[in-house]
Design a protein around this ligand. Structure first.
Ligand code: AVI
Length: 334
């Protein structure tokens, strides 16, 4: 069951509930702290504080990803919206508050008279804010936003696409999924698209360890604060007693998997309790909690990922230093 809210004649918000059986934050925390090695999903970084810290990360000198992708879209956005050669609607996994989405919307509206933009995002507040601001900026734009988890929304068949669609998964978001989840997400997305629809995928490229580890462990300590906010969030929401000073942020590139892994490492042995969910967990000195995987790709790996999910390869663009790639994939005929 979905809930439709027509906010204005150009902005509609559809809330898609969590599918039954899907784990809650509390259940994931209980399971993650009880597993060996301990791990939590990076999707829980993004409460209000975490989202603000991530925004700060995108401006850091070491975090080149956002700048590189923005460079590609500024330079090649005009071409990207023309390759599929027809009026398009956009479907974005993410809330589209970013400058990058605006670049593509602006370019599309130079070659077509109207555009529907359908963002999917877990945060209803973020969706509402970004959608209102987009419809205010672009009189020819209408927004149909879906609030929910990507998998829940795509699996619910709530998404209605009337015209040829360019789906977007930008900002290296694909890199935060383990390979089997990335494959599942792309094939679920592919099932909702029609043959000939596009998928624009922004992915960070494999490169030297030093550049990668610096990008995820900046000198100003913003990424460390972002990582530690996960424990602060657990303290806030579950009345837990994590002592943040006892944990340090570690970012380490696992070349074999192609992932920069983030961890929170206990300096000393400690037991934490989370009274509101009835959990206690002990950390040994030096024990790590895995909080994020950020996978890096070669262009060939992106092409193969798309192919396995039923997408052919159409085009790719890179920034001047070839640190980042934006690939255009096209849904195969069934
Ligand atoms: C959102 N995501 C693509 C970011 C990344 O690069 O993996 C999250 C991030 N984590 C630490 N810095 C940025």
């Amino acid at each position: 069951m979905t809930i439709n809210i027509a906010v204005s004649d150009r902005f509609e918000l559809i809330e898609v509930p969590r599918r039954s059986g899907a784990a809650s934050f509390a259940a994931d925390v209980a399971r993650g702290l009880g597993s060996k090695p301990k791990r939590l999903s990076s999707k829980y970084f993004y409460d209000e504080v975490g989202s603000a810290l991530f925004d700060a990360i995108t401006h850091l000198p070491e975090y080149y990803l956002t700048r590189a992708e923005t460079e590609i879209l500024s330079e090649w956005g005009w071409q990207i919206v023309r390759v599929l050669n027809e009026p398009l609607d956009f479907l974005e996994l993410g809330s589209g508050s970013a400058v990058k989405t605006r670049l593509l919307i602006g370019e599309a509206l130079r070659v077509q008279s109207r555009l529907r933009y359908s963002p999917i995002d877990i945060s209803t507040d973020a969706l509402r804010a970004s959608s209102m601001s987009l419809v205010e900026s672009y009189p020819a734009l209408s927004v149909r936003a879906y609030a929910g988890d990507y998998f829940d929304v795509l699996g619910s068949h709530a998404v209605r696409l009337e015209r040829k669609t360019l789906a977007m998964l930008m900002g290296s978001n694909i890199g935060n999924y383990e390979p089997h989840e990335a494959a599942r997400l792309l094939s679920l997305l592919g099932k909702g698209l029609r043959p000939g629809d596009g998928l624009l995928l922004g992915a960070d490229l494999k490169k030297d360890r030093e550049t990668l580890e610096r990008a995820y462990d900046d000198l100003a300590g913003v990424t460390s604060a972002f990582d530690l906010n996960l424990l602060a969030r657990i303290n806030r929401e579950f009345g837990a007693d994590f002592d943040l000073r006892n944990f340090r942020h570690v970012a380490s590139y696992d070349e074999a998997r192609g992932s920069v892994d983030s961890f929170l490492e206990a300096r000393e042995r400690a037991t934490v309790s989370l009274p509101s969910i009835g959990v206690r967990a002990t950390f040994e000195a030096g024990e790590r909690l895995h909080t994020e995987s950020s996978y890096k790709f070669t262009d060939a790996e992106i092409v193969a990922l798309g192919r396995a999910a039923g997408f052919g390869h159409k085009a790719a663009w890179h920034d001047h230093e070839r640190r980042f790639a934006v690939h255009l994939l096209v849904r195969d005929s069934a």
